[in-house]
Design a protein around this ligand. Structure first.
Ligand SMILES: [Fe+2]
Ligand SMILES: [Fe+2]
Length: 215
């Protein structure tokens, strides 16, 4: 029994993936919409408050790096062209989130997570795996991811310094978008994931949260 080599990745299909990965990790993302914090004044914050806000925005940035990889992996394997198109549309908004978080991190005098290549690789593999299980589970995984991200963003709104209106405006707009992404995934036939899978996803995001806040 020989493997079907027509299904193996070709250089033509792999090179754009590598290009996307390198751009996500090392280049600056662009936004088509205005920055949600445009026009808001910079808050007066202590060094500790700035460090804390930067830690939270770094978690959000790394979450968006994961979203890029996840969507990339899923779009690559999605069978239904309509689902693949919806995934790519949402992925464009995730690129904007990436740009917003990166700009805010710069303004706070901080840096992106050094572990981003690791988050990207892990999420790409998870996305491709979910995609290989078929659209129903692929989209279900996506909807659950977006719901968990929304929960995180909600938590960050209560943890960010009160006066940091700029970070808050970014997180609030991201939350609106993530809710829409979850709805889109469900509208395209996403299934409810089994409880233990949801738990495993929560555990994974706790590891990211812990590490990205620090490095
Ligand atoms: Fe996002
Ligand atoms: Fe999203």
């Amino acid at each position: 029994m020989f493997p079907d080599i027509s299904k193996l990745p070709t250089p033509e299909s792999v090179i754009p993936q590598i290009d996307k990965a390198l751009r996500t990790i090392f280049a600056s993302a662009q936004t088509r919409r205005d920055y949600p914090d445009a026009g808001l004044p910079e808050a007066d914050m202590s060094e500790a408050e700035k460090r804390h806000a930067a830690g939270l925005m770094r978690i959000n940035h790394s979450g968006e790096v994961c979203a890029q990889a996840l969507y990339q992996g899923q779009a690559l394997t999605a069978r239904n062209p309509e689902a693949a198109r919806a995934l790519l549309e949402a992925s464009d908004e995730e690129t904007e989130h990436l740009a917003w978080c990166e700009k805010r991190l710069n303004e706070l005098g901080s840096h992106k997570s050094f572990l981003n290549p690791f988050w990207y690789a892990g999420s790409f593999a998870l996305g491709a795996l979910a995609g290989a299980l078929g659209d129903k589970w692929n989209l279900g995984f996506l909807a659950e991811t977006e719901r968990q991200v929304e929960g995180h963003l909600d938590g960050h709104l209560s943890k960010l310094p009160d006066q940091d209106a700029k970070s808050r405006a970014i997180v609030e707009q991201m939350k609106i978008d993530e809710i829409k992404h979850a709805d889109t995934a469900l509208a395209h036939g996403g299934a409810e994931l089994p409880g233990p899978v949801k738990e495993a996803m929560r555990l994974t995001s706790k590891i990211l949260t812990f590490a990205a806040y620090r490095v």
